[in-house]
Design a protein. Structure first.
Length: 498
């Protein structure tokens, strides 16, 4: 899709669709709306009154045929409500527009953006809307032999004021495209079936991406993992016919940048989770190709980071494996030793993500990072607590947790802080080992976080449980689509930019 930003009179443009977002408080006095109505002999406002159009309804819309009286075949009016527009709402707006254009098989469209009236930063708003457009235009058709869509939007032009200069507008568009590329990459990884997206395939895709973006990559096989004494990770991986792969991707900033300690991103990379010997029911396995969504998010973030080039070194770690039943399965009641020497009694083989992450976090600390973030579809308890559309954030450093939440808000993603209540740590006490891998059913998401905290030393660390919004079985309100959503990428990129 070609995306442009122009400051000339929108009425000189010719396209299939003109999109006009309208604020509740001023929509009837909107200069372009009045001009359009005059060109249409007063029929536009008459139709809006007759059909009770209300710009106060957020993302309420009205389409109008122009009968050849304007350069646009149709006009789409979109209500913005009366609330202050945040990054999430701008993302929602462009995603909604993109979906509407897709329904009508539109090839070329134009949108007027009165950023000053919206009360938002012009460059940030343009970036978010580019992102929303791209997300709405995404297709995953890898497994279709017929009925593939060929109606992609080919050109979209934003019209705005001259306060957003040519170079700044171009940068905002490129930034939005880079972020969208990262999210699309994430969605492709997660949407691919587990039969194809094995640990080896995930490592291969990460290698291709790293080469494309000029990043460093190292992929280690089982022998190297054993040398790292990653006993928990290897226990989870050992029953699968697919060998584990430890993936490390490194972005190095320009040489002119100040030397800073790295930000390390750790993603849960269980490419399929059957539950192991603690076998999930069939319905619980149906979407378990998405259990590597955390790893996909950190790799998608690295793709965007490679394009955006922030001033801090960023390292991504993925301990990729499958959790399968079999004759070599790790068993309930077994004890294994992590890379930092802590012994763990396994009382549920379906609590495997925290085991792979634990060893990955110990490895992350070897880089002497400034901060660590792990991202994982870790617990069903998190979905019970927060619902499908909100992710949890918790950590050992309140300041860093606050920074992560601020980054999420700036990015337009929905996180909620959960407390790492130390009183719950007693539930992880084992009779025969340093700790066990599960506690009680109460506070399950927090207990998982407390388990992970044992493996990060004193490094400021945030754990993001994205089990709810990473993969949806139906489209959500706003900009979260059905299937893989790419959730977490935008927040990680925003953190790296800080």
């Amino acid at each position: 899709m070609k995306i442009n930003y122009l400051t000339k009179d929108v009425m000189t443009d010719k396209s299939d669709f003109l999109i006009l977002p309208l604020l509740k408080k001023s929509w009837k006095k909107n200069g372009l709306l009045v001009a359009l109505d005059e060109k249409l002999d007063g029929l536009l406002l008459k139709a809006l009154r007759a059909d009770s159009f209300d710009a106060g309804k957020y993302l309420g819309s009205y389409a109008f045929q122009t009968w050849g009286k304007l350069p646009f075949e149709r006009i789409l009016l979109v209500g913005l409500g009366d609330k202050k527009l945040g990054a999430d709402m701008l993302w929602d707006l462009a995603y909604f527009v993109s979906k509407q254009l897709r329904l009508d098989a539109v090839k070329k469209a134009t949108m007027l953006c009165d950023f000053e009236a919206f009360g938002v930063d012009s460059a940030k708003a343009l970036q978010q809307m580019v992102l929303g457009l791209r997300m709405g235009d995404y297709r995953f058709e890898q497994y279709l032999s017929r009925n593939k869509r060929s109606d992609k939007l080919s050109q979209f032009t934003f019209f705005g004021d001259e306060k957003l200069s040519g170079n700044a507008a171009k940068k905002a568009i490129l930034d939005g495209q880079a972020l969208a590329d990262g999210i699309d990459f994430t969605r492709d990884l997660v949407n691919t079936t587990a039969e194809q997206m094995t640990p080896a395939k995930l490592a291969s895709e990460a290698s291709k991406m790293a080469k494309e973006m000029g990043l460093q990559i190292k992929v280690e096989s089982e022998a190297a993992i054993k040398k790292r004494k990653m006993g928990l990770y290897l226990a989870v991986a050992r029953a699968s016919a697919e060998p584990p792969k430890l993936i490390t991707v490194t972005y190095n900033p320009p040489r002119s940048a100040k030397v800073l300690k790295p930000l390390v991103l750790v993603g849960k990379g269980v490419t399929y989770d059957s539950g192991g010997l603690s076998l999930k029911p069939t319905a619980g396995m149906a979407t378990m190709k998405c259990d590597m969504a955390g790893s996909a998010a950190v790799l998608g973030a690295m793709k965007a980071i490679g394009a955006l080039k922030p001033k801090r070194q960023v390292i991504a770690i993925v301990a990729a494996c499958e959790n399968m039943p079999g004759g070599k399965s790790y068993k309930v009641g077994d004890v294994f030793t992590a890379a930092n020497g802590l012994s763990v009694e396994v009382l549920n083989t379906d609590a495997e993500g925290r085991l792979t992450l634990a060893d990955a976090l110990v490895y992350a600390n070897s880089f002497k990072p400034a901060k660590i973030v792990d991202v994982a579809t870790l617990t069903g308890a998190c979905v019970v607590a927060l619902g499908e559309y909100t992710a949890a954030a918790m950590g050992n450093d309140e300041k860093f947790v606050g920074e992560a939440l601020d980054a999420a808000k700036e990015a337009g993603e929905d996180f909620w802080q959960m407390p790492l209540n130390p009183k719950l740590k007693k539930l992880l006490k084992s009779d025969i080992a340093d700790m066990k891998n599960v506690g009680s059913r109460w506070g399950g998401a927090i207990i998982a976080g407390l388990f992970l905290e044992e493996f990060v030393d004193e490094t400021p660390w945030v754990h993001m449980d994205i089990a709810g919004p990473a993969f949806l079985e139906s489209e959500a309100p706003g900009h979260l689509p059905k299937g893989a959503t790419g959730f977490g990428v935008a927040t990680l990129v925003e953190l790296a930019k800080k």
